[in-house]
Design a protein around this ligand. Sequence first.
Ligand code: AMP
Length: 705
Amino acid sequence: MSQADLIPVADLGQAEATAELARLAFEIRFHDAAYYQNDDPAISDADYDQLRLRNAEIEARFPDLKRADSPSERLGAPIADGFKKVRHSRPMLSLGNAFNEEDVTDFLVGIARFLKLESDAPIAIVAEPKIDGLSAALRYENGIFVQGATRGDGEVGEDITANLRTIDDIPHTFADTGAGVGAGAKVVEVIEVRGEVFMSHAAFAELNRQQVAADKPEYANPRNAAAGSLRQLDPAITASRQLSFRAYAWGEVTALPAGTHSGVLAAMAAWGFKVQAHAICESVAEMMAYHGEMEAGRSERPYDIDGIVYKVDRLDWQDRLGAASRSPRWAIAHKFAAEQAQTIVEGIDIQVGRTGKLTPVARLKPVTVGGVVVSNATLHNEDYIVEKSIRVGATVLVQRAGDVIPQVVEVVKPGQAPFTFPTSCPACGAAAVRDEGEVDWRCSGGLTCGAQAVERLRHFVSRNAFDIDGLGEKQISAFFQAGVVEAPGHIFQLQARIAEKNHAPLRDWEGWGETSADNLFAAIKEKRAIPLDRLIFALGIRHVGQGNGKLLARRYETLADFEAALAPDNLQQLLDIDGVGEKVARGLLDFFADAHNKSIWDELVGELQVQDIERAATTSPVAGQTLVFTGTLEQTSRAEAKARAEALGAKVSGSVSAKTDMVIAGAAAGSKLKKAQALGVKVIDEAAWLELSAIQAANMEEETS
Ligand code: AMP
């Protein structure tokens, strides 16, 4: 769904918001799986961020509707190339959420009921501040740190041992503590200590200062910075970042040093792990008091905490309580309200995006919101500004919620004159237009608009498009400024154009040398051969994302057939492609109907060897079918199953609908399976799928041999 089709958050009613949160939770989960587990994202990072942003905005407006499985609560660190995967011997679960006293009461009542205790029986609860970082699992064998992993999707994380070793708070070894504090904390054969890796506000500010100095993008918040720092392929970079660690849980363990949660924490502290100060509460009143106290002191803390985690202290009770789906029954996170602060709108700037969208951004008098300095906030679109009466000079309440860019919650004191949205593009001066039924203003300057050109070029070379090593935003901007790269085709004429424009050879440019220049030319040369789907996606045509690039490439297979399909009267044929809608088809035809765009395209493809898409085996009975995998596959990874299905000519989708031909349900399949059954969609199990796909693979081999 494109952003333009969505109801603005400010206009959503309760029921619509509930439905939207459910849709977003589902979509984000799907894209997380595509990105984190399968290394095959289905949408651009920016589109993904938009989903998360919208989710966070709706949650900010309707905090009570926040789902227990809210995507904003998931921390899954992307599995990057270069990290080994680690299967957690005990899954790293998430936590359920409580937002108010009633939820906390329900939590305690639920436990008493589950354990069949008297309703007034005391239940000792450990209350721990919830640090806003990312969790890590540290495996110690006989007191020696042997392996450390991220949480990943909870089942499989990344092996980041080398990086974790660089964190001062993480002991490389620990020994028997003997008597005294933590007495009896004997070193166990195997213990996997779990806790939070995070970055303090001071370390975060320093890191961003260095990022700016090095002309690199700043991190949005300490949590992102911690995640980014931990996932460096070069541990030396992690070592240069000041990360901290606090232990609060454990996974696999051969013998526990105590029978209570607090006892195990004390043992960990005695072994030399940093453990946060915590309290033991015996009633809702005590829990609420602790929560209130910590929330009040929150901004004085040198790092972000976003709530209190309550855990049943007795471990035998924890065992009996066990876990429900993704979170344990014996623990819950009682969240703090989003942090807010007041400040003044000093200006409203307009940013021009790659597709010409004009986004208003409030320039704020810098203010500290929960320890992080905020100096701008997105205003989304014209309607948002009008509805909230956001004006220059207004005093506004801003809030920072998790990793979301700050938002303006409301106007506290009115400002000066109403803001008039510009009717021309601030970057190129071309007319700005807002089409009927759309919320966004757009620049009509197309590829001649400087802002769009740079953004489009940046997109063109991005990871899922041409992915040219050594050619990032900074280099693209510099080449554009110098007039050597103004259109995608120019990238492939770089050397000649540098000479033509009478510039010094690239190796003599600032920031370049012989090797880096040679590497860049080699990287560009290598990408002259490009698969058709990447080429289509790289154009950055409105509504034509990666998924559509693939659909089109599969349908037309060769460059010549694709070009032939772009004749202005070909709308219907494009619409006939399953998955291609009106907006995509029109976006494509409009793009190619523009003479300027067409000449840019011709120049570009003249430089390339566009690779055909291999024809899928038409004899395969799943060719052309839409399949959905759900549940846990035991025999193969989801990525392998998906690749196999695609090799057999099927389309793999993340959601079940009437268009689904078949659902392959692994263990513990849930809502998708139910939906398939309700819709009467064919369902097979993993064994049947393996048989089907293996037989088909054999058939195909026979045919091709
Ligand atoms: P969530 O993923 O938000 O549902 O909550 C679970 C996450 O909270 C864990 O993965 C940790 O990253 C984080 N966390 C921070 N402090 C604690 C704590 N004291 N106990 C458990 N989890 C914590």
